[in-house]
Design a protein around this ligand. Structure first.
Ligand SMILES: [Zn+2]
Length: 269
């Protein structure tokens, strides 16, 4: 075999291995299922300054956020835990639940927490048409204005599903889209200790923690919550609202460092 052939064969083999690896990994990317127009939207949303994916702070700050409330089964208990540890949090509420339980939302505000928009009926905003997205976000803004007297400044799309149209609609209504770093509920954890341990392990200044106070069974979340709070407080972290966290961001608070794959499955969402 000539010297040229001896080099070419390993090169072709290496290219084949890399090609197979790339094929597998590109197929695993959620954007691959999208049509080209949607891919462009998704790419634009990576660089959209109105999507808060990560916040870095100098000080050890943490924002604890709750989705899917208010819910009479859990919200008051969550508020009691927060009061006990003197923690201020941010609640991303579902509009139709606000209408059903306005007293719980007023209690959140009176106790110093922030209340923000998590849509009206908890749909998949990514697949909703534009009119429906506007309706979902506006109806929630309105019911919150009536209930608390002020308008939300942040949107958290249900299950983290959104596209650039959702972000732009939110922006038109005066809201930034806010995601999260780590969720308390996770399919790999079956005990409150495991749930809390996973969240504590991921601690870094500026972290946004997602928990839930409604819709599904949140018994384990209630049990994990004190462990999470104590863990962070022991490490010297201070709990702040999303607004305070963004105020303390080093450089641009809306740091875009992750693709839009922060998705919750239907079990945890
Ligand atoms: Zn949700």
């Amino acid at each position: 075999m000539s010297k040229g052939k001896r080099i070419i064969i390993p090169v072709i083999l290496a290219m084949l291995v890399v090609g197979i690896w790339l094929g597998e990994n590109i197929r695993a990317c959620p954007m691959n299922d999208m049509n080209p127009a949607k891919q462009l939207f998704a790419l634009r949303s990576w660089f959209n300054p109105n999507v808060v994916r990560k916040v870095h702070t100098k000080e050890k700050l943490v924002a604890l956020t709750f989705d899917d409330g208010p819910d009479p089964r859990y919200t008051s208990q969550v508020l009691d835990i927060l009061k006990q540890y003197q923690v201020r949090a941010t609640f991303f509420v579902v509009g139709e639940y606000v209408k059903a339980h306005p007293e719980l939302v007023r209690k959140e505000v009176v106790e110093g927490h922030e209340v923000e928009n998590h849509s009206y009926t908890h749909p998949d905003l990514e697949t909703d048409d534009e009119i429906e997205v506007i309706r979902e976000l506006e109806a929630t803004q309105e019911v919150l204005r009536k209930t608390t007297g002020s308008s939300p400044r942040y949107l958290r799309p249900p299950r983290g599903l959104f596209n650039n149209e959702v972000v732009e609609t939110a922006e038109c209504l005066g809201m930034k889209t806010v995601l999260w770093d780590v969720g308390v509920e996770h399919h790999s954890c079956s005990t409150p200790e495991q749930m809390a341990g996973r969240v504590i392990e991921k601690a870094h200044p500026g972290i946004i923690i997602l928990a839930h106070d409604g819709r599904l069974d949140r018994t384990l979340t209630l049990e994990a919550l004190p462990i999470v709070i104590e863990g962070y407080q022991k490490m010297g972290y201070r709990f702040v609202t999303v607004t305070e966290l963004l105020k303390n961001a080093t450089g641009d608070g809306s740091v875009v460092t992750q693709p839009p794959s922060l998705r919750l499955n239907k079990k945890t969402g």
